[in-house]
Design a protein around this ligand. Structure first.
Ligand code: GLY
Length: 253
């Protein structure tokens, strides 16, 4: 169960966020409203939400998940692979020191963006992507081991981050799309398949028994409901324009 979440208000410079999509430029005012809806959804799921102010120096800084991996035993400050995102970790580190006795760090040449890390109990699947490299993953696994946890790597072919296409919903249930559906590592889970035309919905989050999903993906919503979950929908259209999803928008612990 989670008790807290950290989020960061989108900045005006979000219009310059990194993207591979051709969906257009985010509307800043709309992004602010959608972000507020997201905060409300987290609160409805019982979380205390710590809201960090916007930082216009970092267009992608609302995607706070990529700044740290939070575990029961320690926080691990990341080292984003995207050069324009590296400075995002500084302020988050100071905030996390208030909540975690142990704060570890990933260092060069290792790069890690925790959008590439999915927790299943005390095991962490780490995607090797354009943003997270072998050295970064090795550092994460070494830190996890120090505190009695484990990690393993999964090579990505197409997706930006591991959690772009996969989400663990507890109770052995895994939402997956595209390249992840047939991954041997995931066959031990009950896989809830997401169709290619709704692949964005694979980035959903389990929060204390409820699954928060992006608005507008009816087939995915029905599949997750059929698996027995209560659903909350949040419109994230403006974040989708810069390759961001629901998980990216918070650190949950
Ligand atoms: N725009 C989110 C990212 O590329 O990291």
């Amino acid at each position: 169960m989670f008790t807290n979440a950290i989020v960061r208000i989108p900045c005006e410079n979000i219009i310059n966020g990194l993207t591979t999509s051709s969906l257009g430029i985010p509307n800043y005012e709309k992004a602010l409203l959608q972000h507020q809806d997201y905060i409300n959804a987290l609160k409805k799921c019982g979380l205390e939400v710590i809201i960090l102010p916007a930082d216009n120096n970092f267009p992608d800084s609302t995607f706070v998940e990529d700044t740290a991996l939070l575990t029961k035993h320690c926080a691990i400050i990341s080292n984003p692979g995207a050069y324009s995102r590296k400075g995002e970790v500084k302020e988050v580190k100071n905030v996390l020191k208030e909540f975690f006795e142990i704060v570890e760090e990933i260092n060069d040449p290792g790069t890690v963006e925790p959008g590439d890390i999915m927790a299943v109990g005390s095991h962490y699947y780490i995607g090797l992507s354009k943003r997270t490299n072998e050295s970064g993953a090795a550092q994460i696994i070494s830190i996890l081991r120090k505190y009695g946890m484990t990690g393993s790597t999964i090579k990505l072919k197409e997706m930006l981050h591991l959690k772009t296409g996969v989400a663990y919903l507890e109770n052995n249930n895994l939402v997956a799309c595209g390249e992840f559906i047939n991954k041997p590592e995931f066959q031990k889970f009950n896989i809830i398949e997401i169709d290619d035309d709704e692949s964005y919905a694979a980035n959903c989050i389990w929060v204390n028994g409820t699954v928060i999903i992006p608005k507008g993906y009816p087939k995915s919503k029905a599949s997750i409901q059929d698996a027995g979950y209560g659903i909350r929908e949040v419109d994230t259209s403006e974040f989708k324009k810069i390759d961001g999803g629901l998980s990216c928008l918070s650190l949950r612990f």
